[in-house]
Design a protein around this ligand. Structure first.
Ligand SMILES: [Zn+2]
Length: 247
């Protein structure tokens, strides 16, 4: 408020402190009311930290981030603004919408953007709080650093292993159909076997996925060093309950 009083534009203050223009206007026009209703307050750097809500959306978003997300500084480091970017293939508009919805649910006061690139789009969100909300951020690629969840994050992923797995498979995974030919006396028969695969270069991230699948009772194995495979019929049927084909 002091910055606005001093003559800075609301937009400039918004960029500087990472609170949306709408919220700043609200605070300016209704001083006092904002105190009870701080939409951009961060559950992690509050005096008494709490879990980001809704936790089911957080679990999904964390899965997406570990698959295809990055968090980096935006502009002048002194401003303390960070940007979360999650890559979404243009081939799956449903996933893009679901990703935006999850980002909006966790930071309802920050605008969710979309930046188009070659064959994909980046869902973007600017906030001071992405590093507190997703402390796994860091320079370089995820498989070059240790990816370990904080205790409060483990609480969330163990509460919503289905949502966490959905996020992981929606970013780094796929569901595909194997067609197998069986020559029989009356001619060739074709059988179709749906499968799931998740490929990631980070052994830590694969381990987190495996733990979620274990908790869900989905049998899985490493088909390659960097790939988790779910192929048993009942395991695929179980994953279909909360992942399913991309859309
Ligand atoms: Zn924070």
């Amino acid at each position: 408020m002091a910055l606005i009083e001093s003559g800075e534009t609301v937009r400039a203050v918004s960029l500087r402190i990472g609170v949306s223009v709408r919220t700043l206007r609200e605070w300016y026009e209704h001083p006092g009311r904002g105190r009870q209703n701080l939409p951009s307050a961060c559950p992690r750097c509050a005096g008494i930290p709490s879990l980001p809500e809704p936790t089911s959306e957080y679990a999904y978003l964390l899965g997406l981030y570990l698959g295809d997300g990055c968090i980096s500084r935006n502009g002048d480091p002194a401003k303390g603004i960070w940007v979360l970017r999650i890559a979404c293939a243009d081939a799956w508009p449903g996933l893009l919408a679901e990703c935006k919805q999850a980002v909006r649910a966790i930071r309802p006061d920050n605008k969710v953007g979309r930046v188009r690139s070659d064959g994909c789009s980046y869902v973007t969100s600017y906030s001071r709080h992405w590093p507190c909300l997703i402390p796994q951020h860091g320079p370089g690629e995820k498989h070059h650093r240790t990816i370990e969840l904080e205790p409060w994050q483990r609480l969330i992923t163990s509460r919503h292993p289905d949502r966490f797995a959905r996020g992981l498979f929606h970013s780094d995974g796929c569901r595909f159909t194997n067609r197998v030919r069986r020559p029989l006396a009356d001619g060739d028969h074709w059988y179709e076997y749906p499968r799931y695969m998740l490929t990631n270069e980070s052994a830590d991230i694969l381990g987190l996925c495996g733990a979620a699948l274990d908790q869900l009772g989905v049998s899985w194995r490493y088909s390659r060093r960097n790939t988790i495979s779910v192929a048993r019929r009942e395991a695929v049927a179980r994953l279909d309950e909360f992942v399913g084909p991309k859309y």
